[in-house]
Design a protein around this ligand. Structure first.
Ligand code: TYC
Length: 109
């Protein structure tokens, strides 16, 4: 056998030279984007954020918003680093423009 695979532990049968391979791709780290409760941001605004930025259905958005309202924190989705960072920035920008104190963070999964 001259082709390498993941079962031969990278040792060529013909040459005895170790040429260990690894898969060509690495799985990207994933990050949870979290929404935090506060006493002032309107429920409707939070639902609009979840629909507009996180692409939730209005039903899922209402469910997530109520979860955050009742539990203090809730998950909007799981994304690669750059996508999560962009979503957080979009939420904070929309909150600032609407003059709402809504907070959003990300954490490694
Ligand atoms: N607690 C807010 C209210 O009663 C609603 C709210 C829900 C605010 C979720 C932020 O992330 C949030 N108007």
């Amino acid at each position: 056998m001259t082709e390498r695979n993941h079962e031969d532990n990278g040792v060529e049968e013909e040459t005895g030279i170790a040429t260990k391979t690894r898969p060509a791709t690495k799985k990207p780290s994933l990050y949870r984007v979290l929404l935090l409760n506060d006493d002032y941001t309107p429920m409707e605004f939070v639902v609009e954020i979840l629909v507009g930025i996180f692409r939730k259905t209005p039903e899922d958005a209402a469910r997530i918003m109520l979860h955050v309202h009742q539990n203090g924190v809730g998950m909007c989705g799981v994304y690669t680093y750059e996508v999560a960072e962009t979503k957080v920035a979009q939420v904070l920008d929309a909150a600032r423009r609407g003059q709402h104190p809504l907070q959003c963070t990300m954490e490694k999964e």
